[in-house]
Design a protein around this ligand. Structure first.
Ligand SMILES: Cc1cc2nc3c(=O)[nH]c(=O)nc-3n(C[C@H](O)[C@H](O)[C@H](O)COP(=O)(O)OP(=O)(O)OC[C@H]3O[C@@H](n4cnc5c(N)ncnc54)[C@H](O)[C@@H]3O)c2cc1C
Ligand code: HEM
Length: 475
């Protein structure tokens, strides 16, 4: 393990409490000046178009003055520029919003897995201010600098407080895991399992950030896909990794990972948990490896008593892309009352057909009253499907999904074709979605077969070419 075990609860107090400090080098404190947020936002806006230069200068400054911090970052820093700037802009855009303090504390808690310690915060603050000052020669003044210093110190104070609290509570900075099995489906998706020596608490719908032994410093989130009973589930973790062309970690996890390889895992995060107990009907919609979080959510729903009506709509590029089809087939065999529809396009059809067919079908459904929808998949697919569901009358509160990464949300309209054929550049940095694994844990009742089949909305003939249940292809 990377550290001691345990959990902590976060408080949600105002972000900029405490007395104003006197510089970015101070480890704690913070200003309460309401102008600070406006000043730093305006200053950030002025350098936004030169963001790449600012961040390049920032890193050069940081590594020159604090070379010991270089190993904390990945060897290859190509997309780090935009990644860090996006993160920074994201935090600054949220200044003064309720809940930011708790989010920053969780972010600080999670920064421990990078190897970040309290003493590193002043160094980063000094380089940040230096980079901004350098790239705003005409507009930078003492007031702007003071506002940045107070703001940064306040953000850092929340992050270090979160880190200290988690450490004091014995929460591990990360978990060491060992790959126990690895299987590549086609050339597109790997399903791998990793064992942890000490229990890893997580809830259906959550994800873990993962680092591979051969790519130190490269952390990416992957949904937790295991379906075993809670105690076993916390010992062997399953991940489904789709290959992203040119992708760093997905490439290694798909092609160069073998049993015995070491992974490190950050604490389970994510607020898109299984629908609350008592939900009468649930539709689970999964696009591609969006199936990974849906799988344990489905498992949890199937254990509930009374059993909710459950239907699954799984979407993929082609039949071969249903990499976990055997699992779903098994569920369907044993539970004739469970409905599952698999949407894919035939060879020679355009890559948008599967999602279009699903959308046609959703548009025709009339049974949304009382239904909860769990939606997961590529950002563009999730965005379009969510909009469609709302236009069909699904209340926003009935839709469960992880918030979109900031950069994907900013792209505006993303079509099916982009999502499936030319996936958008998604930056999976989303501190908003991080919640502790202990909160609101729904107790999983013991498994027992339900007695009555749930009502199933029929698929119109115009939409479904083949079976009403089982593999439904686009035509
Ligand atoms: C909450 C959450 C859960 C996730 N769960 C899963 C999961 O279960 N399985 C899974 O395979 N992935 C999942 N992801 C995506 C995953 O974290 C990585 O983003 C993905 O594997 C690419 O990482 P990489 O290092 O290979 O690519 P990078 O080296 O980060 O990126 C290479 C290039 O591809 C672009 N890119 C990055 N990610 C994507 C993407 N998803 N689609 C298209 N282009 C992309 C980048 O902008 C860049 O241009 C999840 C993301 C989030 C936020
Ligand atoms: C106080 C201000 C800081 C803020 C707002 C901040 C914010 C962030 C965010 C949002 C991420 C992405 C998290 C993720 O994807 O899991 C990140 C990653 C990271 N941060 Fe920070 N951070 C801060 C300070 C620091 C400090 C002091 C260090 C120490 C050097 C540091 C080192 C890192 C590293 C190594 C990463 C990983 C980069 C990667 O994903 O490749 N951060 N930071």
């Amino acid at each position: 393990m990377c550290g001691p075990g345990g959990n902590h609860m976060d408080d949600d107090s105002a972000v900029f409490g405490g007395p104003p400090g006197d510089g970015a080098e101070g480890p704690a404190g913070g200003g309460k000046d309401p102008d600070d947020a406006d000043m730093v936002r305006a200053s950030l806006e002025r350098v936004r178009r030169r963001g790449g230069h600012v961040v390049r200068y920032f890193f050069a400054h940081l590594f020159r003055h604090h070379p010991h911090l270089r190993p904390l970052f990945p060897a290859l820093m190509d997309d780090q520029y935009e990644r860090l700037f996006t993160a920074l802009v994201g935090v600054v855009e949220q200044l003064n919003r309720p809940g930011l303090a708790a989010r920053l504390e969780r972010l600080g808690r999670d920064h421990r897995k990078f190897g970040v310690v309290d003493a590193d915060y002043p160094a980063v603050g000094a380089s940040l201010v230096a980079a901004l000052r350098r790239h705003s020669p005409a507009t930078w003044d003492e007031r702007t600098e003071a506002a940045w210093r107070r703001t940064y110190r306040s953000i850092a104070a929340h992050m270090t407080a979160g880190a200290r609290r988690a450490t004091a509570a014995g929460e591990p900075a990360c978990w060491e895991a060992r790959v126990v099995s690895h299987r590549l489906y086609g050339d597109h998706t790997a399903v791998l399992r990793a064992a942890v020596p000490t229990p890893y608490p997580w809830l259906p719908g959550q994800y873990a950030t993962v680092e591979h032994q051969d790519l130190p410093g490269v952390w990416r989130p992957y949904s937790l896909a295991g379906v075993a009973a809670a105690d076993e589930r916390e010992r062997v973790l399953e991940f489904h990794v789709g290959r992203v062309p040119g992708g760093l970690l997905s490439g290694v996890l798909c092609d160069a990972t073998r049993p015995g390889h070491r992974l490190r895992l950050g604490p389970a995060s994510g607020s898109a948990l299984a629908p609350p107990p008592g939900t009468p009907g649930v539709t689970l919609i999964a696009g591609g490896t969006g199936w990974a979080p849906v799988k344990p959510v489905l498992d949890e729903l199937l254990r509930r008593r009374p059993a909710p009506r459950v239907r699954v709509d799984a979407v993929a590029r082609g039949e071969a892309h249903f990499y976990d089809g055997a699992f779903l087939d098994g569920l369907l065999r044993d539970r004739p009352w469970l409905s599952a529809y698999w949407w894919y396009q035939e060879q020679g059809e355009g890559l948008i057909r599967a999602a279009e067919r699903l959308h046609e079908h959703l548009r025709r459904r009339r049974d949304w009253a009382g239904e909860s929808v769990y939606l997961c998949g590529p950002a563009g697919f999730v965005q379009e499907t969510a909009e469609l569901l709302f236009s069909c009358g699904l209340p926003p509160g009935a839709l469960i999904r992880d918030p979109l990464p900031a950069s994907a949300a900013r792209r505006g309209h993303v079509s099916h074709a982009e999502a499936f054929l030319d996936p958008p550049p998604v930056h999976w940095i989303d501190p908003d979605a991080r919640i502790g694994p202990s909160a609101d844990a729904p107790a999983a009742p013991p498994a027992a077969p339900p007695t009555a089949p749930p009502a199933v909305a029929p698929i119109p003939a115009a939409t479904a070419a083949a079976a009403v249940r089982g593999r439904t292809r686009a035509s």
